[in-house]
Design a protein around this ligand. Structure first.
Ligand code: 13P
Length: 248
């Protein structure tokens, strides 16, 4: 079974609406005809201009977060139906920065995942260990625990259609990329965990990507690993380099 590769950008808190339109206009011809799925997860305020600017192209626009309630008194939040109505197709959930700075728990993420599936959004669920956890040799246990809590009660069909991003926290924004072997080891472990929780077909179908200091120089080696189906790109997604990563 062959899984289609996916390269997703995560702009984090970067790019104004005007910068978004200019960036997408430049990116369009560079990724036209790409063999991978191309996704750009933009700040909430950039979603509408990004969707307008990418209409008729192969660039899919994603969000970086979403609330698990349908609507209500949640100042500053964004609901699943707002994303769907705007034309968003996928949403990053559980990025380590949101887990850390916004105190997102696995319980909240489980609710968010269920809501995303209910609304037909493809979640990109992030998981990954701290440097301390890696040094303590508990990376595998920690990631299994994250996956078991985040995916509790979620059907195999939904898991088959989602994306799991392995993002070791020590590799994010540090320039210190996991080696292809380190990344493959954990992505393989994630696939085994999905097989244990579901079945072989689900494990074969779920797309698992790597994120953490991916750039045009290291992407090809990372993405050629058997269990790595693409990447989640932070800093390099803000530069023309992103197209090189897509086409690598
Ligand atoms: P960098 O590529 O900047 O390390 O960020 C990775 C990331 O957090 C993507 O979600």
């Amino acid at each position: 079974m062959s899984r289609k590769r996916i390269v997703a950008g995560n702009w984090k808190m970067n790019m104004t609406p005007a910068e978004t339109v200019a960036f997408i206009a430049k990116l369009k011809p560079e990724v036209d005809g790409a063999e991978t799925d191309v996704v750009m997860c933009v700040p909430a305020i950039d979603i509408v201009p990004a969707i307008t600017a990418s209409r008729g192209t192969n660039i899919v626009i994603g969000a970086q977060n979403m609330h698990y309630e349908e609507s209500g008194a949640y100042t500053g939040e964004i609901s699943p139906s707002m994303l769907v109505d705007a034309g968003v197709k996928c949403v990053i959930l559980g990025h380590s920065e949101r887990r850390e700075y916004n105190h997102e728990t696995d319980d909240m993420l489980n609710k968010k995942l269920k809501k995303a599936f209910e609304h037909g959004l493809t979640p990109i669920l992030c998981c990954g260990e701290t440097l301390k956890q890696r040094e303590m040799d508990i990376t595998g246990d920690f990631i299994r625990m994250q996956l078991k809590s985040d995916l509790a009660g979620i059907s195999e069909i939904d898991v088959q259609n989602m994306v799991i991003a392995y993002e070791p926290i020590w590799a994010i924004g540090t320039g210190e990329t996991a080696t292809a072997e380190q990344a493959e080891e954990v992505c393989g472990l994630i696939r085994n965990c999905i097989e244990e929780m579901y079945d072989e077909d689900t494990a074969e179908m779920v797309r698992i990507i790597y994120g953490g200091s991916v750039n045009a120089g290291n992407a090809a080696q990372l993405f050629s690993q058997p269990d790595i189906d693409g990447g989640l790109i932070g800093g390099a997604s803000l530069k023309p380099e992103f197209a090189k990563i897509v086409n690598c």
